[in-house]
Ligand binder design. Structure first.
Ligand SMILES: [Zn+2]
Length: 300
């Protein structure tokens, strides 16, 4: 073969490549301006991915194990290894462990967490990796507003500083008292809002009802607190939030924190539609800021 034809082939290939690259620059793919919230089925635990209309990715909690990595792989393009904001609602293992794996494998832009003393080995590992990778941390403060772009903001509604001080001064920190410092966030996109409650118990719900107006608590979608357990989701709280949809993140194997039948009945009586990760798998909610479309992986 004449050597010149090989060079010609290479030049033609490079021209072809150039045309494609130029095309991508001139005509970038513009996905529709929707907000997507995906409640991952991570068994016992919480893990929620938010994809904003402005291409940001927020991950709230990571479940108890590595399952979150498969979920991220499924719901993000394979080349995408970046999460803009990771939120740890409270440092219990069914919220924290998966996030440690995410920190190891993804480039995380920022961390939002509560400031509570939680000396256990997994939390120490979390702190060590954050330090090692030099990831900026922001401490959640009640009434903090994070503007995410036009018509899109994240409001941190809880914990109040006094709740944290009270906890950190206690001699014995219990599981329940940590649950009650869970970070509560409200995500608002135009007319639609989501309320994420971590594992807040009835005491925390009561404090929120005292501090905030019903209008501030109101949301179209509620991530039901504490995996649908009996010690959260009081009637007063649910009536204030008035959600159209309630999402329960729980696992079949969850005996100790079993989803309470009483809470299910309460939600039903209040006319709130319920989806559960143990029955529906991953639950994706898409909104243009005016209406909501719900896409459960499995119909029950
Ligand atoms: Zn939990």
């Amino acid at each position: 073969m004449h050597p010149f034809s090989k060079i010609t082939k290479i030049i033609l290939f490079l021209l072809f490549l150039n045309t494609i690259l130029l095309g991508l620059i001139l005509f970038p793919h513009h996905p529709p301006r929707n907000l997507e919230v995906i409640f991952f089925d991570v068994g016992v635990g919480d893990s929620i991915l938010i994809k904003t209309p402005y291409q940001q990715k927020i991950l709230i909690d990571g479940g108890i194990d590595k399952t979150v990595l498969d979920k991220l792989g499924r719901h993000l393009p394979f080349w995408d290894r970046e999460i803009n904001l990771v939120i740890l609602t409270h440092p219990h293992t069914d919220h924290l462990n998966g996030l440690i794996e995410v920190l190891k494998r993804y480039k995380v832009g920022q961390i939002l967490e509560t400031k509570i003393l939680c000396p256990h080995s997994n939390y120490e590992e979390w702190e060590r990796i954050i330090k090692e990778k030099n990831i900026p941390i922001q401490i959640a403060i009640m009434n903090q507003v994070t503007e995410m772009g036009r018509d899109l903001k994240l409001l941190t509604l809880w914990p109040a500083e006094e709740a944290l001080d009270e906890l950190n001064q206690k001699e014995k920190i219990t599981h329940i008292s940590i649950n009650n410092t869970s970070m509560v966030n409200k995500l608002i996109y135009k007319d639609i809002s989501f309320l994420f409650t971590g594992d807040l118990e009835w005491e925390g719900e009561k404090a929120l009802l005292n501090k905030l107006s019903k209008e501030e608590l109101k949301a179209n979608v509620l991530k039901v607190a504490h995996h649908g357990g009996a010690t959260s989701s009081t009637e007063d709280f649910l009536k204030a939030v008035q959600p159209e949809w309630a999402i329960i993140s729980t696992g079949k194997e969850n005996k100790k924190l079993a989803l309470s039948l009483r809470i299910l009945k309460r939600l039903e009586r209040l006319g709130i539609k319920v989806l559960r990760t143990d029955q529906n798998g991953d639950i994706k909610i898409v909104t243009d800021g005016e209406s909501i479309n719900v896409f459960p992986e499995k119909q029950d």
